[in-house]
Write a protein that binds this ligand. Structure first.
Ligand code: PEP
Length: 251
């Protein structure tokens, strides 16, 4: 029996207007009902968060953001702080998604500061790590992911580390329809857990490690059967509430 509680998190990326978010929330709630064995999270654009607060705050569905500032407040034009996310009833925040690392050149140093800002505010960070195709083909995937985990989670107490969720997302599998095999996902999640054990000892067994990359309502079944895969971060397949609810119920 795992001591971890499974998590399925949807990442809408830059999709959905306020009206679409409101409609989605109502439909997903109707499909998932009152209780769920799994923690379901919807990570929405900043503009939709207060609408999701109105629709979901008292429900079984958790609200997440897709980024936050490492700074607390002040002269950071365009940024959103951890306290602002808490204000919209967010409890999760995605940090270091590969689209931000690659397109927006986010560095491990910035990501480490964002993880600390999230933890300080009581948010659960979903830290994304993963290799690109060239790195996998050159057999560097394990070294890359290990180094991201070590650089993005420096000097955390075991109590803080326990609150971090890690999403292993191979870049070549994101939005491509080419998922890693469940055996590959398990192998990498095991390596991540042993890296965490090296940093903080036994608490590594309590950290939720998700897989992300073209997960759908069919592939989730075998992924969830892997002992070190504690759930999924889902992009494209989370955009339609009926499809996402089916994926959650299959998990
Ligand atoms: C993601 O963006 O985190 C993701 C996993 O996307 P997709 O499921 O579309 O591959």
């Amino acid at each position: 029996m795992s001591i971890r509680h499974p998590i399925i998190a949807g990442n809408w990326k830059m999709n959905k207007t306020i009206r679409e978010a409101q409609d989605y929330a109502g439909r997903l709630l109707g499909l998932l009902g009152e209780t769920t064995e799994i923690d379901v999270v919807v990570c929405a654009p900043f503009t939709a968060l207060s609408t999701l607060k109105d629709e979901l705050e008292e429900s079984v569905i958790h609200i997440g953001a897709q980024d936050l500032s490492f700074a607390g407040n002040g002269a950071y034009t365009g940024e959103i702080s951890a306290a602002m996310l808490v204000d919209t009833a967010c409890t999760y925040v995605i940090i270091g998604h590969s689209e931000r690392r690659v397109i927006l050149r986010e560095t491990d140093e910035e990501i480490a500061k964002k993880v600390k800002a999230a933890l300080k505010a009581g948010l659960t960070p979903i830290l994304c790590v993963g290799e690109n195709l060239a790195q996998r083909e050159e057999s560097k995937a394990f070294a890359i992911v290990r180094s991201q985990v070590e650089k993005d989670l420096p000097d955390l107490s075991p109590a803080d580390l326990k609150r971090v969720v890690i999403a292993y997302e191979p870049i070549w599998a994101i939005g491509t329809g080419k998922s890693a095999t469940s055996a590959d996902a398990q192998e990498m999640c095991t390596m991540i857990r042993s890296t965490l054990a090296g940093i903080a000892g036994a608490v590594a067994d309590e950290v939720n490690i998700l897989y992300g990359g073209s997960v759908n309502a069919d592939t989730i079944v075998e992924l969830m059967a892997q002992p070190d895969v504690d759930g999924a971060l889902v992009g494209g397949a989370s955009l339609d509430p009926e499809g996402f609810a089916k994926l959650v119920l299959n998990a």
